[in-house]
Design a protein around this ligand. Structure first.
Ligand code: ARG
Ligand code: ZN
Length: 469
């Protein structure tokens, strides 16, 4: 189910303002130092037009949550530190479902209304471009996942002992108000209170944990920029393990006991996988790492939640390699548009091939050949990975497998030395930031000194099965 489009929200006009909004605008005009206009209701991504918002950048999210695992009720307070990128008379946050009980801007209560997945906030005064302001949203209710265009559930997914919380591509809005597009990254403080005996795991560092009156509060901090879809607070009955690697990375693993015996031999390899990936891709981009292994039958996927991937069951080694490769490709270097998704999935898939090649498995060439042998009618060739066409295709085989094949073609064209130089220059040059397909192809040409437009055109953008391998 795709959320209904609300075209009118994208127009910058005051004519559509409701009465309370118009009143607030008048009040605002009296004290305003500059005329402002409404921020857009989307970040401009054609695959998910209402994801993210325009007119501001969120610098920090401070979320305080309390979840009752038996009633499935969530109480939340989100304090966002935001920088206006234009004079703002009004702005949107993404929030789906839940009841908003109050909104303040810089401590003053503000008019707000709900419009589909948009929480529309009208501050009393125009917010000046380039200045920071603080928005507080109080909310509560029973969070429910959204259904993505590919039919999968995304967001807050209740489990028998808590919740599996994933947000790619659009589920962050099911549990906190956000500028929910990877274009806008922020640091996060997440404080979660759950019934004693349950553990709530987010990304980053555990600052503290305290039990009082039958409830335990966990305080998490991720200080490196993070896209909203990479945030989690997965809750369950978990066995927890913590240690520091030789490289000084703090590891926190949380494992559902039902998955523990299957997960143990794979999780044990995490430090060596991170060390191996660091050698190939450049220094690990974060200070903490780990795994959340939930027992969430029916989810059907894992997610590269920042610093601490989330698995719906015990992962195999390929999945562990894949999700941790995303820490470089997707998490540290993020997308500016969902159509560039091969920069995440093609790279993480190629990491699996490389791992197999260097750990006694098939060579990447052999994996490539087996895929290339598939007939032209195979779904693998249904659409080109650099232009999946719609949000429903972003997690499909052509993105993962043909995306990885593209990298293998690049590697053959430029040789191993330049290939890995390109990967490391990519992660170093765009660390904690963003990258586009065009920037990647230019970088590959610059480092190799070769013309690669034909290769990329064929493998990333050509329709159907490419002619020559
Ligand atoms: N990025 C995840 C991976 O590592 C896949 C997420 C799929 N999400 C979804 N809503 N279908 O492959
Ligand atoms: Zn992936």
């Amino acid at each position: 189910m795709t959320p209904p489009r609300r075209q009118h929200l994208r127009r910058r006009t005051a004519v559509l303002a409701t009465v309370p909004v118009a009143l607030a605008a008048l009040v605002g005009a009296a004290g305003a130092t500059a005329p402002g206009s409404a921020g857009t209701s989307g970040a401009g991504d054609p695959y998910f037009p209402l994801s993210g918002n325009g007119g501001y950048h969120v610098r920090h999210y401070d979320l305080t949550l309390r979840y009752d695992t038996s009633s499935r009720h969530l109480d939340g307070r989100a304090v966002l530190t935001v920088r206006a990128t234009q004079h703002l008379s009004r702005f949107d946050l993404d929030l789906k479902g839940l009841k908003v009980t109050g909104v303040t801007v810089d401590g003053t209560s503000s008019a707000f209304r709900r419009d589909g997945q948009e929480l529309v906030v009208t501050p009393r005064r125009t917010l000046r471009a380039g200045r920071d302001f603080r928005v507080t949203v109080s909310y509560e209710g029973t969070p429910k996942p959204v259904t993505d265009p590919d039919g999968s559930a995304d967001g807050w997914i209740p489990t028998d002992d808590g919740a599996f919380v994933a947000g790619e591509p659009q589920g962050a809005m099911t549990w906190f108000p956000a500028n929910s597009h990877p274009k806008d990254k922020a640091s996060y403080d997440i404080t979660v209170t759950v019934p004693q005996g349950r553990t709530a795991v987010a990304g980053g560092t555990l600052l503290g944990q305290r039990t009082e009156h039958g409830r335990t509060t966990f305080r998490w901090r991720e200080s490196r920029p993070m896209a909203a879809y990479l945030a989690t607070v997965t809750i369950g009955t978990f066995k927890v393990e913590q240690y520091t690697t030789h490289d000084g990375i703090r590891v926190y693993n949380a494992v559902d006991p039902r998955e523990a015996s299957a997960a143990a031999p794979v999780l044990r390899k995490l430090p060596s996988v991170l060390a191996w990936e660091s050698k190939l891709f450049g220094p690990y981009p974060f200070r903490s790492a780990g795994s959340i292994v939930d027992h969430a039958p029916g989810v059907g996927y894992a997610l590269e939640t920042q610093t601490r991937p989330l698995y719906d069951s015990a992962p195999d080694i390929s999945t562990l390699v894949h999700e941790n490769a995303h820490q470089w490709f997707g998490d540290s270097v993020s997308l500016t548009a969902w159509k560039d998704i091969w920069l995440n999935e093609g790279f993480a898939t190629y990491a699996e091939w490389l791992y197999a090649e260097q750990h006694g498995g098939d060579s990447a060439q052999k994996t490539f050949d087996a895929l290339y042998a598939r007939p032209a009618s195979d779904h693998l060739w249904a659409f080109p990975p650099g232009d999946p066409g719609s949000g429903g295709n972003i997690f499909d085989t052509p993105v993962y497998a043909r995306g990885a094949m593209t990298l293998h073609e690049l590697r053959k064209a430029v040789g191993d030395r330049d290939f890995f130089r390109i990967l490391r220059a990519w992660t170093a040059g765009h660390r904690d930031g963003h990258g586009t397909t065009a920037q990647f192809t230019r970088l590959a040409e610059r480092i190799s000194g070769k013309r690669l437009d034909g290769l990329f055109h064929t493998w990333l953008f050509g329709k159907g099965k490419p002619n020559s391998a």
